[in-house]
Design a protein around this ligand. Structure first.
Ligand code: SAM
Length: 218
């Protein structure tokens, strides 16, 4: 298992090129760039895909799912504007990479995945990397995580037809949710939701393409 904090010189160089790519794609938040430099994406991949960890592309993981494109992970993290006291919910653990990036910025991260095998694999990587402030949970994340609600920040990494009602309800006043919204087989809109005292404010950020948010367990 690669160490999250102690890369070899070759890995260090690959990560520096990676950060350059992220900056060229519009990522400017230094805290996000530092987290992306520190967390080794190859730890969340298996087999030959590990060698492609620092390409700015989505890659296959188990259960027919994908690890997201790094620049999209970075831009979604930036849009979430996570602070060190925040409790964050991620829906769609997948490989666990996005949750690991969030763990560098937040106080606590809960990540929910409908495929048991993915949640188990991701928790194993968190444990191996010493990322003690993340918990991976098996479940249908479209219902949120009522036991741990409310959340300062919520990020959904699968496409919903609309921002799920239970997730809106579990967002703190003053909180932010980032969610891809649209039909699953087309390009979706990345939406940022701000919860105000008086209601919800919706902002369209950019086009993205995610696998669908699916009901029930995998
Ligand atoms: N964030 C992931 C990462 O860093 O690797 C990538 C997420 S992948 C694009 C989308 C994930 O959402 C898949 O693993 C899929 O199984 C999961 N998913 C889809 N619907 C879900 C639901 N209702 N609850 C929880 N997870 C769900």
């Amino acid at each position: 298992m690669s160490d999250a904090t102690d890369p070899t010189p070759d890995a260090q160089e690959a990560r520096m090129r990676f950060i350059y790519t992220l900056r060229s794609r519009g990522v400017t938040d230094m805290r996000v760039l530092q987290a992306m430099e520190k967390i080794d994406r190859s730890a969340f991949l298996t087999g030959l895909f590990r060698e492609r960890a620092y390409e700015d592309t989505p890659l296959p993981i188990a259960c027919g799912q994908t690890i997201s494109q790094p620049s999209v992970v970075a831009l979604m993290t930036e849009a979430l504007d996570v602070g060190p006291r925040d409790k964050v919910l991620e829906v769609g653990t997948g490989s666990g990479y996005q949750a690991a990036i969030l763990s560098q910025l937040a106080r606590r991260v809960y990540t929910v995945e409908r495929h048991r095998a993915l949640a188990k694999q991701a928790q194993g990587v968190f444990d191996a990397l010493g990322l003690v402030n993340i918990t991976a949970i098996v479940g249908d994340g479209s219902h949120g995580l009522p036991d741990q609600a409310p959340f300062d920040r919520i990020i959904v990494t699968a496409a919903a037809e609309d921002p799920p009602g239970p997730l809106l309800a579990q967002l703190k006043i003053g909180g932010i949710m980032v969610v891809p919204v649209g039909q699953s087989d087309t390009v979706q809109n990345l939406i940022r939701v701000h919860r105000q005292e008086t209601g919800f404010e919706y902002e369209e950020l950019r086009a993205v393409r995610f696998v669908p948010l699916v009901e029930g367990l995998g």
